[in-house]
Design a binder for this molecule. Sequence first.
Ligand code: BYC
Length: 322
Amino acid sequence: MNADHGPGSAPGADEALQAEFDARIAANQRVEPRDWMPEAYRRTLVRQVSQHAHSEIIGMQPEGDWIASAPSLRRKAILLAKVQDEAGHGLYLYAAAETLGVDRDDLTERLIEGRQKYSSIFNYPSLSYADVGVIGWLVDGAAICNQVPLCRTSFGPYARAMVRICKEESFHQRQGYELLMRMMEGTEGQRRMVQDAVDRWWWPSLMMFGPPDAESPNTQQSMTWGIKIDTNDDLRQRFVDMTVPQAERLGVTLPDPDLVWNAERGHHDFGTPDWDELKQVIKGDGPKNAERVSRRRAAHEKGAWVREAATAYARKQQEATV
Ligand code: BYC
């Protein structure tokens, strides 16, 4: 947390603290909660980490919708475990955000009142069981591309949370890909389901990385602070390059006529996502925004008695040890 250095502090104290912070960032050392940090750095982290936490929690809904109708006991157990992992990721990230001096209840209020964002990807519907596989393959695949570099982000609690989350995301991606492989070995109808799900989730997955660099107001400053390690466009490119051979192996086509290997660049060229659609979804007007937030609000209200009981129990335990 920021050190106190009010009216009585020595002249130049702020400059000295800023210089110490800058040196720490330049040396790739971690900033910890008790270290002094510029207020704008703290605010940016609160924004990104809480948005990330909300994404994990809201992200339980599209796949959670399929737990009751999973096609076998094995698939149900796998999906249940995966959705529970997402809840755990949300908890690590809210805990990391709290080390920045914000309150988790307040962050939840901000989410359910629509004052804070969460990832655009979760505002699309999951229409068939193939979507569970495609979310694992593409959405978790995009999440891994974005989050592996965040294991080296400059704020210690966020970086440490990301290490564990990335291990689990990598399992999630494999379970999605394995499900799709099985479906592709099945009937013609199953193969069509997979292709249909890929067609619907491909472009929204590319949008997960955020607006193009030229229209990303936060990237430059966040990279200077070591909060972000790569730009949105670089990570998007990495994701496309990683995914194309996986799609070939699976036997699906990616719905982009401009997708082609560019030997000169050593990367795939690809088409332009519909950035107006991304803006609209971020603004709250995507296909599922209203439903996602209202279900989160209802779950929060229904869970009030659990929070009250847990708080009362913790108070009793504390009194018993005094
Ligand atoms: N959706 O300047 P920019 C998961 C906002 S969950 C919504 O580029 P920044 C999973 C952005 O916040 C994974 N909003 O921003 C869970 C900013 O807003 P402000 C979630 C977006 O922060 C369950 C404005 O647009 N991952 O994997 O430098 C099941 C301008 O953008 C989006 C994370 O949260 C978007 N896609 O970069 C399965 C990763 N993109 O300033 C899977 C951590 C941009 O108006 N976050 N915005 O408030 C990040 O890496 C960065 O925050 C972003 C955006 C790359 C997303």
